[in-house]
Ligand binder design. Structure first.
Ligand SMILES: *[C@@H]1O[C@H](CO)[C@@H](O)[C@H](O)[C@H]1NC(C)=O
Ligand SMILES: *[C@@H]1O[C@H](CO)[C@@H](O)[C@H](O)[C@H]1NC(C)=O
Ligand SMILES: *[C@@H]1O[C@H](CO)[C@@H](O)[C@H](O)[C@H]1NC(C)=O
Ligand SMILES: *[C@@H]1O[C@H](CO)[C@@H](O)[C@H](O)[C@H]1NC(C)=O
Ligand SMILES: *[C@@H]1O[C@H](CO)[C@@H](O)[C@H](O)[C@H]1NC(C)=O
Ligand SMILES: *[C@@H]1O[C@H](CO)[C@@H](O)[C@H](O)[C@H]1NC(C)=O
Ligand SMILES: *[C@@H]1O[C@H](CO)[C@@H](O)[C@H](O)[C@H]1NC(C)=O
Ligand SMILES: *[C@@H]1O[C@H](CO)[C@@H](O)[C@H](O)[C@H]1NC(C)=O
Ligand SMILES: *[C@@H]1O[C@H](CO)[C@@H](O)[C@H](O)[C@H]1NC(C)=O
Ligand SMILES: *[C@@H]1O[C@H](CO)[C@@H](O)[C@H](O)[C@H]1NC(C)=O
Ligand SMILES: *[C@@H]1O[C@H](CO)[C@@H](O)[C@H](O)[C@H]1NC(C)=O
Ligand SMILES: *[C@@H]1O[C@H](CO)[C@@H](O)[C@H](O)[C@H]1NC(C)=O
Length: 663
């Protein structure tokens, strides 16, 4: 399916986010985590205060609740298990009050349940601990070989390796989001130490996304955290996924982007929010690490939360053999929802419509937003409702903060309509168009070469024309005019049998930022980038404040009035790491006003290089996102890029602007 889509990509302007091609890196190939690892970790619920009975009862619950059978098999004891100091022979050991039987016995207990034993350490002088707990616990910095040997001797199957107290140049603060040197070397050291033990452990890198680990972590670990910690608040989901957007292609069998442990079951989110959390973690191929109390002396998991985490359709998306992450394909900021989609094995597609609004919506998911025109069958992953022969659009009500999650099979690529040998007068209704344009073409594919020359008529709301088909022709391509949306009709009269028709979008015209004139009272300016960056131009407009704008007149014809699809090439690397506990969103708004009708797009990050050490700190890495923009009229159109209303947002500055392609 996606190979044929790639071929079609030249024909149809697929509405997808495109980014610079990834550089090749050496990859760790230890045979582990061929699908994203699944399990349970103590931190989200018990913080840095685990103990033996907690680990025992939750591990047992993984089995008794049927979670282990579904793949949740790693049990990891996070921070808080060890002591302030090493033993006399410089080893790490457990707190005997908390773990009276000891860690080797804990590992045995977990193994006896048929589960994997996960341990935790840290690449700094101390492990992460809540300062209010008043205790420090020694970390692995400088003791990597000893600690790797210890973990191996205890039979550990997984090591989560954290990043507190690791910044030597700044005298080892608890956390440092802008260290003078990358944490990378600490992970190299532990990787080498693990290799030297001869024991194969699943290695989870947890440096909170500092120094863009997707560029170096796949070489060292099976998973790596992409963002700062998940927090117990709904806004955390939007922040995390906005950081993942530009780096989804780094995920592959054996190496996965870790979106952090789940908060499902911790009584923080509504049911719909928990569904969204699970859906996104699943289709972005994050490790699925349960972070709630499944069972202890005071808590047992809510049935509703358990059902979400046990949904086999959705676990299946995460564990799919193809191992390709979904992408953000459309963002409807004014309407408040996103479309994410990606391929599954067996030519299936998964698509999610995420309703960020705090009210329910009657949503229309246009299949072309996932690169498809139709699907032989579509299953709602939550309800299991199946619809057959879905053409172009799927309508459903989506709860506040909820997600419509669909599996699509027997699909046809966007722009292709199967006619299976029809002839005579053919009326196609609900023909989809991404934009309003007279530069569409329709290619009519005949079932076999035409036996003799004949006439072919084509008409719709806008036009009527007649064409000669020559003897022996197997297809004919004709111009058509379509309006954005789903209300076009296309009538074809002809005597030959037609196998399919292909509707091809216009190629669009690109307007560079350099053509836009800046005005207003802010600091916006044209910026020349480091050579090779700010693709495809090497320049951008930066520092667009709400009082700035960048404008250009773009002419339009009578047949292109109304709504037109545009693709914005933007740059945003406003990484919300220090602000991740607050309102940080990993996003910036940008507004596109056409004759004073304004459309807002809240773009995610585009950076694909280090936010600390790369030549433009990720502010030279461009990305493309499309949006439908209303207000076009015949003649000159005043097109203004800005950040109208930005003073009401979290970040008053708009995304940097590279260029605009108008279709
Ligand atoms: C273990 O943690 C549980 C839950 O927080 C608590 O009730 C119990 O007292 C703890 N046990 C020990 C030995 O600290
Ligand atoms: C939860 O723990 C209690 C006490 O150990 C046990 O009786 C019960 O079976 C456990 N429930 C589950 C679902 O594991
Ligand atoms: C072991 O953990 C207990 C409970 O948190 C704590 O009171 C005690 O100080 C710890 N022991 C050591 C040696 O740190
Ligand atoms: C923990 O370590 C930090 C850094 O060395 C130090 O500032 C702090 O006083 C220590 N706290 C305790 C309770 O030992
Ligand atoms: C839908 O099917 C999946 C997979 O069999 C199952 O896990 C889930 O509980 C089902 N949901 C409903 C509402 O029946
Ligand atoms: C997602 O985007 C990345 C970067 O452009 C691309 O390499 C990858 O093929 C896309 N994946 C899908 C499923 O479209
Ligand atoms: C997927 O589609 C391709 C191209 O249409 C086809 O060759 C292949 O057999 C299909 N694979 C499966 C598993 O259906
Ligand atoms: C939705 O959000 C708005 C703005 O934050 C708030 O005023 C309103 O109370 C929220 N409504 C619900 C149902 O949560
Ligand atoms: C413009 O830049 C100056 C100096 O950095 C800063 O103080 C000011 O707030 C900026 N103005 C806007 C509108 O961003
Ligand atoms: C932006 O414009 C508003 C309204 O004209 C004005 O009150 C404000 O001071 C301006 N801000 C800057 C940074 O120029
Ligand atoms: C947009 O609004 C501004 C301010 O009201 C006005 O000066 C300008 O002429 C308008 N532009 C168009 C194309 O209507
Ligand atoms: C983008 O605009 C919306 C609507 O005004 C606002 O809620 C949001 O905070 C803004 N985002 C940022 C990053 O400022």
């Amino acid at each position: 399916m996606y190979s044929s889509m790639a071929l079609l990509a030249g024909l149809t302007a697929l509405p997808t986010l495109t980014l610079a091609s990834p550089t090749l890196h050496k990859r760790l190939a230890n045979g582990l985590a061929l699908t994203p690892p699944m399990g349970w970790n103590s931190y989200n619920h018990y913080n840095c205060a685990p103990n033996q009975s907690i680990i025992h009862s939750n591990a047992e619950a993984l089995v008794s609740l049927g979670l282990a059978d579904l793949g949740y098999t790693y049990v990891t004891t996070d921070c808080g298990w060890t002591l302030p100091h090493r033993t006399a022979d410089n080893k790490l050991t457990w707190n005997e009050t908390l773990f009276p039987a000891g860690f080797p016995a804990l590992g045995q207990y977990i193994h006896d349940l048929g589960l994997g034993f996960g341990v935790y350490s840290d690449g700094g002088i101390l492990m992460c601990m809540n300062t209010e707990l008043g205790t420090n616990q020694t970390g692995s910095l400088g003791y990597e070989t000893t600690d790797a040997e210890t973990f191996a001797s205890w039979g550990a199957d997984l090591l989560k390796y954290d990043n507190c107290w690791s910044s030597q140049e700044r005298s080892f603060p608890n956390v440092d989001y802008e260290p003078l040197t990358s944490p990378h070397q600490n992970y190299v050291n532990m990787r080498n130490a693990l290799d030297a033990t001869g024991t194969n452990l699943l290695f989870q890198i947890c440096d909170w996304g500092v120094d863009f680990p997707s560029a170096w972590a796949p070489d060292l670990g099976n998973t790596w955290r992409v963002t700062n910690d998940i927090i117990p608040n709904w806004r955390t989901i939007f922040r995390i996924v906005n950081q993942v957007v530009p780096q989804t292609d780094y995920a592959a069998p054996g190496r996965w982007l870790d979106l952090d442990m789940m908060e499902i079951g911790n009584d923080i989110f509504t049911h719909a929010e928990e569904q969204t959390h699970f859906a996104l973690w699943s289709i972005l191929k994050s490790p699925l690490t349960i972070g709630c109390a499944l069972n202890d002396s005071i808590t047992s998991v809510f049935a509703e939360s358990l059902a979400i985490m046990k949904n086999e359709n959705i676990i299946g998306f995460n564990q799919d053999a193809l191992g390709v992450s979904a992408n953000l394909t459309r963002r409807y900021s004014d309407e408040g929802y996103d479309i994410w989609s990606g391929p599954l094995s067996g030519n299936r597609t998964v698509a999610a419509l995420v309703n960020w609004n705090n009210f329910s919506i009657d949503a229309t998911f246009d299949l072309p937003d996932a690169g498809l025109q139709s699907a032989g069958w579509v299953r709602d992953a939550w309800t299991n409702e199946t619809r057959k022969n879905v053409m172009t659009s799927y309508k459903a009500s989506v709860e506040a903060h909820g997600t419509l999650l669909l599996e699509l099979d027997d699909t046809i690529p966007a722009g292709v309509y199967q006619l299976d040998g029809q002839s005579g007068d053919i009326n196609l209704e609900n023909v989809y168009a991404l934009t309003t344009s007279d530069a569409y073409t329709v290619t009519i594919h005949f079932s076999s070469p035409v036996p003799s020359s004949c006439d072919l008529g084509i008409h719709n709301q806008h036009q009527r024309s007649s064409h000669q088909v020559q003897q022996g022709q197997s297809s004919i391509t004709l111009p058509v005019s379509l309006i954005a949306g789903n209300s076009n009709t296309l009538s074809i009269s002809n005597t030959n049998s037609i196998s399919s028709i292909t509707v091809t979008e216009p190629t669009g015209k690109f307007y560079p930022n350099t053509a836009f004139a800046i005005s207003g009272s802010g600091n916006a300016s044209h910026i020349t980038c480091v050579p090779g960056l700010c693709s495809p131009l090497g320049t951008k407009i930066g520092d667009l404040s709400p009082n700035n704008s960048a404008s250009l007149n773009i002419p339009a014809s009578a047949t292109t009035t109304g709504s037109r699809y545009v693709e914005l090439t933007y740059i945003n690397n406003d990484v919300a790491i220090g602000t991740s506990w607050g309102e940080g969103r990993n996003a910036r708004n940008i507004t596109i006003s056409v004759n004073n009708q304004t459309t807002r797009l809240e773009v995610p990050l585009s950076g694909r290089s280090s936010e600390l050490y790369s030549s433009m700190k990720g502010w030279g890495d461009s990305a493309v996102l499309g949006v439908l923009v209303d207000g076009w009229k015949q003649g000159d159109n005043e097109v203004v890029i800005g950040n109208i209303g930005g003073e009401k947002g979290v970040q008053p500055l708009g995304a940097d602007f590279v260029g605009l392609k108008v279709f």
